[in-house]
Ligand binder design. Structure first.
Ligand code: FES
Ligand code: MG
Length: 593
């Protein structure tokens, strides 16, 4: 194999298994079963890097299924560069299949992958990413173990079309659901409409959590440039798989590890890019988790500091009108980064998986459709980032200011002198079942100045944190033309939803947060300028409600249904801190210990 100038000639960690002269007995045992599927001693003992292909695709996870085929091209790339490919399964995570919620399994897949990467003879790994939680799970594990690692996105689906219009994943469900509520379509038309949004293999074609996290993996520097946006069925996807396979072998020789790439500078780039692409509100949870596992100090305040004032450049659903195929053809992540670089918002020196700085990878990239990817002058909104909200019912929560419409301002304005202060009456639900059961109940007297609250939906209350804060208005309001009410909760919101919400409230009700003290009928005041959300109840009343709740044994939430739910609930952190498993954070760079 050709030596590059960067080659460090380090002893490969796989040789501790396959070429350990101190322990020939163990070496023989380790070798024997890998030979047994046709590999030869010459291959395993010749200093060729053993490259894991962490396979997230399976029949259980359709969004990542293209990886079953792509892995063949990855293998060819690995072999071409002189490595040996070893493919193994990662615990599947399918957003649309797993009950009660796929996010319960992010930390489970993380744990499993850490054990595989640490405990087997693997020198470097290709992380096959796609559906929402697969990307963070893989990157979190790569961070903990810190062996050379590279992301290969499986790619989004092709654009969906319905009646001549683009229809995108997730987003179409919210639209179609409103039509069903209003009686405009029947059940069969409802299913038909939703199915049109998924015309091919691949993950969601909107800028939901999947496209967000794959774009951010590229912005972080963990994939080859241009990897994120290529649609799954495009020929470029197979070519990217081959090049990714080749590159990981070089990365092993260069000893280019996640800790060299996932630096504070790289994470700041991620926050900026997330605003510019209109990224999911799930991004801070996952990105903060990856940062914690690699040991980079990153918190919610950083998202406001670096991200709030960044304009929205990418015109993709749910914030805009186009879909993933359009994004790819318009230039993808590189073109976005190039535009951000012109305004000094990117740390250009951040090293990336191809060994070059982010600036060099993106500088020449062109926007080839100026409506899909805007420049700063034609941006869709000026401040596309997240505002961190605080108040007497939670320590932190996030909100996208860009979704505040004129209609919202008119309905909730509390003081004509102060256009940023709003008030409304709280309607409180305990968990998704309670919400589904009661949302259309006329007894709640929900009107167009109410705010919908949901609690019991955080990492402990609803194990893994439910993606339910984007609650719909009751049918009787939708029929009157009020389709959207502001929502606040200790759970998450689908990345494909664009409703005005205050999300990820921490601490959650089940962890002792004051959200547990809120009552239907309370007045709530939101001040967007100050970044505050408070119930207009005095401190003495809050203390009284707290004492009552404690006397009843605290906030009640459903029991665990599986062993993993119970294990995770005991050690999981809050959404503000990445929902990581708290005891896992101290295990860093474990492959080099
Ligand atoms: Fe898998 Fe959206 S459901 S990416
Ligand atoms: Mg989602």
């Amino acid at each position: 194999m050709a030596d590059t100038p960067k080659t460090k000639n380090l002893k490969l960690r796989s040789q501790e298994w396959f070429d350990n002269t101190d322990n020939p007995g163990m070496t023989a045992i380790y070798l024997e079963r890998y030979l047994n599927f046709g590999l030869t001693p010459e291959e395993l003992r010749s200093g060729r890097p053993i490259i894991g292909i962490a396979q997230t695709g399976s029949d259980l996870s359709p969004c990542n299924r293209p990886h079953l085929e792509l892995a063949k091209r990855v293998r060819e790339g690995i072999r071409e560069a002189g490595g040996i490919a070893i493919e193994f399964p990662v615990h599947p995570i399918q957003e649309t299949g797993k009950r009660p919620t796929a996010s319960l399994d992010r930390n489970l897949a993380y744990l499993g992958l850490v054990e595989l990467l640490y405990g087997y003879p693997i020198d470097g790994v290709v992380l096959t990413t796609g559906c929402d939680k697969t990307t963070p799970a893989c990157l979190m594990a790569a961070a903990t173990v810190d062996i050379p690692a590279i992301v290969l996105s499986g790619g989004p689906m092709l654009n969906g079309w319905f009646n001549g219009d683009r229809c995108g994943s997730g987003t179409i469900v919210w639209e179609a659901r409103k039509l069903l509520s209003a009686g405009t379509i029947d059940d069969e038309q409802f299913i038909g409409m939703v199915a049109e949004s998924a015309p091919s293999a691949g993950y969601c074609n909107t800028m939901g959590t999947a496209s967000t996290m794959n774009s951010l993996a590229e912005a972080l520097g963990m994939s080859l440039p241009g990897c994120a946006s290529i649609p799954a069925p495009y020929r470029e996807r197979g070519q990217m798989a081959y090049r990714t396979g080749k590159r990981i072998v070089e990365m092993v020789h260069e000893d280019l590890k996640p800790s060299d790439i996932m630096t504070r500078e790289a994470f700041e780039n991620v926050i900026v890019v997330n605003s510019a692409i209109g990224g999911s509100t799930n991004a801070p949870i996952h990105i903060n988790a990856i940062a914690r596992h690699i040991g980079v100090d990153l918190n919610l305040a950083d998202w406001e500091t670096h991200g709030l004032d960044v304009p929205l450049l990418v015109n993709l659903q749910p914030a805009g009108k186009y879909l993933s195929e359009d994004f790819h053809r318009a230039g993808g992540v590189r073109a976005v980064v190039a535009e951000l670089m012109k305004h000094g918002l990117i740390n250009e020196g951040a090293v990336t998986a191809n060994g070059k700085p982010m600036g060099d990878n993106c500088r020449e990239a062109k926007i080839t459709n100026a409506d899909v990817i805007r420049d700063f002058d034609t941006a869709l909104t000026k401040k596309a980032g997240f505002k961190v909200m605080r108040g007497n019912i939670f320590d932190s929560a996030i909100m996208k200011l860009s979704v505040i419409s004129d209609d919202f301002r008119r309905r909730y304005l509390s003081d004509p002198q102060d256009p940023d202060a709003f008030e409304g009456r709280a309607i409180v639900f305990d968990g998704p079942e309670d919400y589904h059961h009661r949302i259309d109940d006329p007894a709640l007297e929900i009107d167009e100045r109410c705010l919908l609250f949901i609690r019991g939906t955080g990492p402990i209350g609803y194990p893994g944190a439910a993606e339910v804060v984007n609650m719909r208005a009751p049918d009787y309001l939708i029929k009157k033309g009020i389709t959207e009410l502001p929502c606040i909760g200790d759970g998450r919101q689908s990345g494909t939803s664009g409703s005005p919400s205050i999300l990820n409230a921490s601490p959650e009700a089940a962890a002792g947060g004051n959200l547990a003290l809120l009552k239907t009928g309370d007045r709530v005041r939101i001040d967007l300028r100050k970044g505050s959300a408070d119930i207009l109840v005095d401190d003495a009343e809050i203390a009284e409600r707290r004492a009552e709740l404690e006397a009843e044994g605290g906030y009640k939430y459903p029991e665990s249904q599986t062993p993993w739910q119970e294990l995770q609930r005991a050690v999981v952190d809050q959404l503000s801190d990445g929902m990581v498993l708290k005891p896992a954070v101290k295990y860093q760079k474990i492959a080099s210990r």
